[in-house]
Design a protein around this ligand. Structure first.
Ligand code: 6PG
Length: 268
């Protein structure tokens, strides 16, 4: 079977490398703040999808730092999650628990503005529930002045990257990757031996801007394959997160960027 056709390149992908993970975290936090202010000025609110895992932890901590947090329009900021493990909100593997500790407990965001995936429910039930949340909180806005292309659901989607090219909980070889209609699915992930909830490609690509946060030498080869020209078999899930008409940024530390050729293909 031929590998899935490589997606059309996004309009622009900006790749930025930082000397260390803390510089990367500060840069992403400042970019989050800037995008929040722009979105609120333009549309009255800012809708962001947060990444899980360990990489974004430092970014959320930087965002909660008093100097920066004071400049974020938290009352108009809506926070959603890109994926969650099928665990409760106090479980050590919960992405929500991590975000609550590093960010939510430290900034004045109204609790009603934060929408976690309820991993404590049966996976399919939680997925349907979150689909309803997205329909209510982040519906596809009516196309502006009759334009045919629909507006994106999200202003910003933050994503991590796994060494196997997964992002959110879209893992290689799983059915979630092929979902073309639902915005949220429950997926048993053999690689992790656990159920996950994840936004699907139709959801993740409905973004004005997608930002990947990637650190560590263990991801250097995957970064070169996903965002550079390094030849590889098939298409990594992360390669398919191409925002429809939106932009993409890739924030790398020096280790993760080590194998990326100095002039990556500008169209990818
Ligand atoms: C998760 C994330 C997952 C993560 C990557 C990278 O729930 O774990 O959604 O996609 O971003 O696995 O994880 P690290 O940041 O821990 O390397």
């Amino acid at each position: 079977m031929n590998p899935p056709r490589r997606p059309a390149p996004p309009t622009t992908t900006t790749i930025v490398t930082f000397s260390d993970p803390s510089a990367l975290a500060r840069a992403v936090a400042e970019d989050f703040r800037d995008r929040a202010r722009d979105a609120v000025a333009a549309r009255g609110r800012f809708v962001a999808v947060l990444a899980g895992g360990s990489t974004p932890r430092a970014t959320y901590r930087a965002l909660a730092a008093p100097g920066l947090a004071a400049t974020v329009p938290w009352r108009e900021t809506i926070l959603l999650f890109g994926d969650e493990r099928s665990v409760g909100p106090d479980h050590s593997r919960s992405n929500y628990r991590m975000v609550r500790a590093e960010l939510l407990d430290r900034v004045p965001i109204p609790s009603a503005n934060v929408h976690r995936m309820r991993g404590e429910l049966a996976p399919e039930v939680a997925a349907v529930e979150y689909e309803d949340v997205l329909a209510e909180i982040a519906p596809v806005p009516a196309a502006a002045d009759g334009a045919t292309d629909t507006e994106p659901r999200f202003d910003l989607v933050l994503l991590g990257l796994g060494p196997d090219g997964h992002t959110a909980s879209l893992f290689p070889g799983t059915a979630a990757l092929d979902e073309r209609h639902a915005l949220v699915v429950a997926q048993f992930v053999p690689q992790q031996d656990e159920w996950r909830l994840t936004l699907t490609l139709p959801a993740l690509t409905s973004a004005r801007h997608v930002a990947f946060l990637v650190t560590g030498a263990d991801k250097a080869q995957t970064v070169a394959e996903v965002f550079g020209r390094a030849p590889h078999h098939g298409v990594h899930p992360a390669e398919r997160v191409v925002p429809t008409g939106g932009t993409r940024a890739v924030f790398l530390d020096a280790e993760a960027a080590a194998l990326l050729e100095s002039h990556p293909d500008p169209g990818r």
